[in-house]
Design a protein around this ligand. Structure first.
Ligand SMILES: C[S@@+](CC[C@H](N)C(=O)[O-])C[C@H]1O[C@@H](n2cnc3c(N)ncnc32)[C@H](O)[C@@H]1O
Length: 263
């Protein structure tokens, strides 16, 4: 499918193109078309998202780009959308491998994601590219493993969005140290969190060796609020503010936490 101006200007063709790919984010593209995203998490809004007007913004783990396009929409001066894993891994083949591993009772070899299952045509970047064209966006895509690539290729940004990424990374301290290095003002961190009865205020990280969280072998950890604050401070952020914490009604052991980590 070639994405050209004629396609994005024709609502019928655009709708057809939108329906021909799989979406994670629900992105309004104009003409009354909203991409049918699979994500069940309602999008975050201000003040959970900081003021991005005239800011430079880096969106790490951008996927289909909802937050990158939102930053641009809010008036960000420059936006870079960085992703890697979901853009390039052939999920059908990887999932078949996971099923075989589960049947044998062994853990998958994660290194195969970027060798045997890596598709350099980046099949799951197509939704991002389609939305980018439809929105006539100036967001700059950057294909890079945030944990492996050279940080000088990225630079530093006023606001860094790190939404739904930390729990996918086996080295949370290393990840947050790298995050600190690319952040000039504030990083917004959203991740899998946990409340453990009787240990509510302790800095605990639950290690997830297999697919215990959501049947997904790419999930590595859940943090308590106290642990996330401590991890951010260890990584060099000076002040950490919880913007969305445990549900007030209690009872939930797993939830999504959002913090602002200030430089
Ligand atoms: C759960 S999705 C979150 C998407 C989006 N940020 C949001 O909150 O809706 C996690 C994203 O992080 C990306 N990701 C995971 N590990 C990464 C890494 N090491 N470098 C770059 N992106 C990564 C995945 O490819 C995926 O697109």
């Amino acid at each position: 499918m070639a994405i050209d101006d004629a396609l994005v200007d024709d609502p019928d063709r655009l709708r057809e193109a939108v329906n021909s790919v799989r979406w994670y984010h629900s992105i309004p593209l104009g003409h009354g078309i909203v991409t049918p995203g699979e994500s069940q998490t309602p999008p975050y809004e201000p003040p959970i998202l900081p003021d991005m007007r005239d800011k430079t913004v880096l969106d790490i783990g951008a996927f289909d780009g909802y937050y990158s396009f939102e930053a641009e929409h809010q008036g960000a001066r420059r936006v870079v959308a960085l992703d890697h894993y979901m853009w390039g891994v052939n999920l059908d083949e990887r999932n078949q491998y996971w099923i075989r591993c589960n049947a044998l009772g062994v853990l998958p070899d994660r290194r195969r994601d970027e060798s045997d299952f890596w598709d350099p045509s980046l099949p799951r970047r197509r939704p991002f590219d389609l939305a980018h064209r439809a929105l006539r966006s100036r967001v700059e895509p950057l294909v890079m493993d945030f944990m492996g690539g050279r940080l000088d290729r990225i630079g530093a940004f006023d606001v860094v969005l790190f939404l739904g990424v930390l729990y996918h990374l086996p080295d949370p301290i290393g990840a947050l140290e790298r995050l600190r290095m690319v952040t000039r003002e504030v990083a917004v961190i959203e991740t899998e969190a946990i409340v453990i009865d009787g240990h509510e205020d302790e800095p605990l990280v639950r290690f997830i060796p297999g697919d215990e969280l959501g049947g997904d072998h790419t999930n590595w950890n859940q943090v308590t609020e106290s642990a996330l604050h401590g991890l951010c401070r260890v990584a060099g952020f000076s002040r950490v503010q919880t913007m969305s914490g445990p549900p007030a009604e209690g009872g939930a052991s797993g939830y999504r936490i959002v913090v602002h980590a200030h430089v």
